[in-house]
Design a protein around this ligand. Structure first.
Ligand code: SF4
Length: 734
């Protein structure tokens, strides 16, 4: 079964995927055409529907086997997450399947935590161990003292398990440590979230403003495709970034802003749009409240005021504001994705949301469309027990506007303290390497030392698995059925993931683990289906299709019943307390926060230090991809971007290795220097996900530096508990 890919072969396959070859007609003819064999192609080609798990965007595709061996993965042409084109990572899914470093069998810890001395056990032994610990925790402390950290599709089965057990402490690092402030800011303003895939109508935008968003380096397929379409149509792109990113290189305006001052620019733009009466008057009058309060609040936030703060010249601020207004409502201030920067993130994203409201882009072509999602009923199960406590009780009176559990908050509440009577005793960690996903590694390890049980479910031996009591090896997404993909979008779509291969080694899918564990715990009533096929078929039939049909088509497109945009003059009731778009938020005021965003000055780097910025590369999502045998051939380590003048000052050469040291004397792995004009002199930049110190990850061990390792200081968003991570400064340890 094993087949090693060469880099050359992989690039060829990626190219086919990117070209979006149509897989219509007979599969045999398709293969014959591609390979030039005519009708005499002697090999057996099979394709299986899947959706990708190389990042969280879940693009639907086809996994092809050639004579039973992995051949290629391409996008599903009907899928709105990818429009038939997968990114580099998605095309490299077989690398995850073929990674020899994979976890291979269940493990139980034999020595103290972190020593990584495990014994191999059977699945039954592993489940018995976990069940007895969970029963004891429930008896001694209550089931609410167990939390689930989850990132990835299979986590939904562990959610059901935990809720059946009696806890709703279910946290995704993607909320408080990534896009949570964005969702809350749009909920506060428009009464609705942005979610994934983003409801941005970039393919019809005439002007797109990116603030710290590097679409193109972050390769979420439909976002990149639509952004490319906008560029192709000649849309004005305005990119605000201290770094000359790929997106900046496609822009009419690049605004190399001083890091930490984006709020001042946004307020100055709002000032210009209001004072020059450039806003969409009819829209603002009909749909919004709080315009007068907003106008009053930003009266002094002129471009001249913003200039010394942001270093962006007043005439450029005015010119770009006018450019945005020229194309309204087809102007999109992109809401971003990873928005946890300085602790005022909900307010900063809200300033962008307010600007969108003034330009009338919500519910309008070229702005934000109104998404729909399929109605796919759940498999019936008894009601979950009502937990006596929730994660909110761990921080009374704080973060009351958070709508989801906070990962860093749960981590902190696991460490006993005088002000907390709710300490977590058990963690189930599904698909997220918490030691790289959460900042302040020391604190995470301290929390782990206070646990009675740490279960890690993963594909690879990530750093967090080295601290586990029990490690449960999951098979890759190419070896399993999973829950259905039912995310919203322009269209109502359902996507199926089914196994292209039998699981390698002694690995299992998450649905099987959660069901087995539930049986051991006497919670089988929450998993009353016989097998996953029955579970999926039940849900699919209720939604008007079937497992059989989905196995053929992969993506089901359901009829959209409602319009994509508001009709002209339509009465719209927004899901905010006032029923209007809230430029002024009484909710925020009632909770003691600024009802209209205001500028807050953020600490600047001391002399000789530089602000640490981080982001994505096109070939990696996070730690899981940095060990992928295909992707590491293309992009084996990260580099630090250092401005040319800074390199001269320090005598640094392009390509040399050095270590970074942060303000708390934490020193990184050695990392390669990239000297460039493409970044300001007050910051450095690196790609996230590298710098592993887990020896079992043989390809990524000690390759590059970890940004998370250097993030020892955070700024917590008081509105919803988001963890701002751009508060760290580094210097060079040469
Ligand atoms: S964006 Fe790329 S990695 Fe992410 S789901 Fe789509 S194909 Fe996979």
């Amino acid at each position: 079964m094993k087949r090693d890919f060469t880099r050359r072969e992989f690039i060829k396959i990626s190219g086919i995927g990117l070209g979006g070859l149509a897989a219509s007609g007979s599969l045999l003819r398709f293969a014959s055409d591609v390979l030039g064999y005519g009708n005499a192609y002697p090999h057996k080609v099979l394709r299986t529907p899947t959706y990708c798990e190389m990042c969280t965007f879940k693009c639907a595709g086809w996994a092809y086997r050639l004579d039973g061996k992995p051949w290629k993965i391409i996008g599903n042409e009907n899928d709105q997450h990818c429009y038939g084109r997968l990114c580099t990572k998605g095309s490299a899914g077989f690398g995850a399947y073929d990674d020899p470093d994979r976890l291979k069998t269940p493990l139980i810890r034999m020595q103290e935590r972190g020593k990584q001395v495990f014994k191999e056990v059977s699945w039954d032994e592993a489940f018995n161990y976990i069940a007895s610990k969970l029963k004891r925790i429930a008896k001694e402390y209550g089931p609410e003292c167990v939390a689930l950290f989850t990132h990835g599709t299979g986590g939904s089965f562990f959610k059901t398990f935990l809720q059946g057990y009696g806890s709703d402490n279910i946290a995704a690092p993607s909320y408080a440590n990534c896009r949570g402030p964005r969702e809350e800011a749009y909920l506060l303003t428009f009464g609705d979230a942005i979610s994934t895939p983003e409801r941005t109508d970039m393919s019809n935008s005439k002007c797109i403003v990116l603030i710290g968003s590097h679409i193109g380096e972050n390769t979420h397929s439909s976002q990149v495709y639509e952004f490319g379409q906008a560029i192709h149509r000649g849309a004005t792109i305005i990119t605000v970034d201290p770094r000359f990113s790929v997106a900046a290189s496609k822009s009419k305006y690049w605004l190399p802003i001083k890091p930490g001052t984006d709020m001042a620019l946004l307020l100055a733009w709002i000032n210009v749009v209001i004072e020059e009466e450039l806003y969409d008057k009819e829209y603002v009058k009909k749909y919004t409240i709080g315009f007068d309060e907003l106008r009053k609040s930003v009266k002094d936030d002129t471009p001249e005021w913003a200039y010394p703060i942001t270093t962006i010249k007043p005439e450029i601020i005015r010119e770009t504001a006018r450019e945005m207004a020229r194309y309204l409502p087809a102007t999109l201030i992109h809401p971003g994705r990873h928005v946890v920067w300085y602790g005022d993130d909900t307010q900063r994203v809200r300033a962008g949301a307010i600007l969108n409201a003034l330009l009338g882009s919500w519910g309008r072509r070229g702005g934000f469309f109104m998404p729909v999602e399929p109605d796919v009923p759940e498999y019936p199960h008894p009601q979950f027990p009502k937990p006596k406590r929730s994660w909110r009780d761990a921080f009374p009176g704080k973060f009351e506007l958070a709508n989801l559990a906070l990962s860093s908050g749960i981590c902190e509440a696991t460490i006993p303290s005088a002000r907390s009577d709710c300490n977590f005793k058990g963690w189930i960690v599904y698909g997220t390497n918490l030691l790289h996903a959460l900042p302040d590694r020391k604190k995470t390890i301290e929390a782990i030392h206070n646990l009675d049980l740490l279960v890690v479910v993963d594909i690879l031996p990530s750093e967090i698995s080295g601290w586990a009591d029990v490690v449960l090896p999951e098979c890759t997404y190419l070896e399993r059925y999973d829950d259905l993909r039912t995310e919203w979008g322009r269209e109502s779509q359902i996507a199926l993931r089914m196994p292209a291969f039998q699981p390698k080694y002694n690995t299992k899918p998450a649905w099987w683990m959660a069901k087995q564990l539930a049986d051991k715990m006497g919670l089988g009533q929450y998993f009353s289906w016989k097998n996953i096929e029955e579970y999926l078929d039940y849900r699919l039939k209720k939604a008007g299709t079937s497992l059989r049909e989905m196995q053929e088509i992969g993506v089901k497109v359901l009829k959209r019943e409602t319009p994509l945009y508001f009709a002209k003059g339509e009465e719209v009731k927004f899901a905010t307390p006032s029923g209007k778009i809230e430029l002024y938020s009484k909710t925020l005021k009632d909770y003691g926060f600024d009802p209209v965003p205001r500028y807050v000055h953020h600490e600047e780097p001391p002399k000789g230090y530089y602000r640490l910025l981080y982001g994505r590369s096109p070939s990696h999502s996070f730690g899981r991809t940095t060990n992928n045998p295909l992707l590491t051939q293309m992009d084996p380590e990260n580099e630090i971007w250092i401005n040319t003048d800074v390199s001269k000052e320090w005598g640094l050469k392009d390509g040399q290795y050095l270590r970074l040291e942060n303000q708390d004397q934490v020193v990184s792995n050695r990392v390669k220097v990239k000297v460039t004009e493409r970044i300001r002199a007050d910051c450095i930049y690196m790609v996230h996900g590298f710098g592993h110190d887990q020896k079992r990850l043989k390809r990524s061990y000690m390759k590059g530096a970890s940004d998370t390792g250097l993030i020892t200081r955070t700024k917590i968003d008081p509105i919803m508990g988001g963890v701002g991570m751009r508060a760290n400064f580094v210097t060079f340890n040469v």
